[in-house]
Design a protein around this ligand. Structure first.
Ligand SMILES: Nc1ncnc2c1ncn2[C@@H]1O[C@H](COP(=O)(O)OP(=O)(O)OP(=O)(O)O)[C@@H](O)[C@H]1O
Length: 253
């Protein structure tokens, strides 16, 4: 199997002031994300999940170690190369939609910016369908959409880039419980068709198990347990994984 992402001994410190104390967010972290095996990143608040995501996106440079995307150090890739390989959707991503742009323009933009061969009109309609939205919304601006519809548009915009890797940092939290599972299932189908690998940061273990093949548990900036969901979530070996499972109650999704 080939690795889509490798974190090779990554350490990240945050320093609030130049001479102030350093706060270690990732501590010599090693992780391999295999292609076409969706990975859930779970862990308590402050474990380093979002920091790891930001490092994978090349938004922060590790103090030591490196992140490899398809074997290449992420900081050697151009912005366009990175955008073609990896897209991210965060919990509050709908704020990143331009208030002036109708949905059609939002979805066409990555196609133009990345020089993809897709026809923007056909692809925008297809993308809306993929995320379970009506093509009639193509002419609406963000203010004319519900919060859940905006989040689906953000997911569609990320898919427009046809990324090899989609990173979702609590990407479903803005959706109500009723539509969450249908969007999760939709994403699983799209990822399958488009050969996209997903890394999902989630506090929702039900969603993690429903979508992901593997799970990695972070604590104190390190991976403390990593393996197939059916094994780790059924027979956890680390006390932290056990306590996350206990706190979540029965994982039903
Ligand atoms: N910009 C920053 N400056 C200083 N410290 C930070 C900064 N961002 C995060 N941290 C610290 O780094 C550590 C890891 O934070 P991170 O946001 O990666 O955790 P997380 O696992 O994503 O948490 P959560 O589940 O609450 O979102 C925490 O101790 C946090 O306080």
């Amino acid at each position: 199997m080939s690795a889509i992402v490798v974190a090779d001994g990554v350490t990240v410190h945050y320093r609030r002031r130049r001479w102030g104390p350093r706060n270690s967010a990732l501590d010599t972290l090693y992780l391999r994300v295999e292609q076409h095996r969706h990975l859930a990143l779970i862990g308590p608040s402050g474990a380093g999940k979002s920091t790891l995501v930001r490092a994978m996106l090349g938004l922060i440079r590790p103090d030591t170690g490196q992140i490899l995307l398809f074997g290449q150090p992420v900081d050697t890739l151009s912005r366009v190369e990175r955008a073609r390989l990896v897209q991210a959707v965060s919990q509050h991503a709908s704020g990143s939609l331009s208030p002036r742009f109708p949905v059609a323009r939002t979805l066409a933009e990555p196609i133009h910016a990345l020089g993809l061969p897709d026809d923007p009109v056909t692809r925008s309609t297809e993308l809306l369908e993929l995320v379970g939205l009506d093509a009639g919304l193509l002419n609406r601006r963000p203010a004319e959409l519900s919060g859940g519809q905006r989040q689906r548009v953000v997911i569609a915009r990320a898919l427009a880039a046809r990324p090899a890797l989609l990173i979702g940092d609590e990407m479903f939290s803005a959706l109500d419980a009723g539509s969450r599972l249908s969007v999760v299932d939709m994403l699983a189908r799209v990822a399958d068709t488009e050969r996209t690998t997903i890394v999902l940061v989630s506090h929702d273990l039900g969603v993690a198990r429903r979508l992901c093949d593997d799970v990695a548990v972070l604590d104190g900036g390190r991976i403390v347990e990593h393996g197939p969901c059916e094994k780790v979530l059924a027979r956890p070996t680390h006390p932290l994984t056990r306590s996350l499972l206990d706190a979540a109650g029965p994982v039903t999704a």
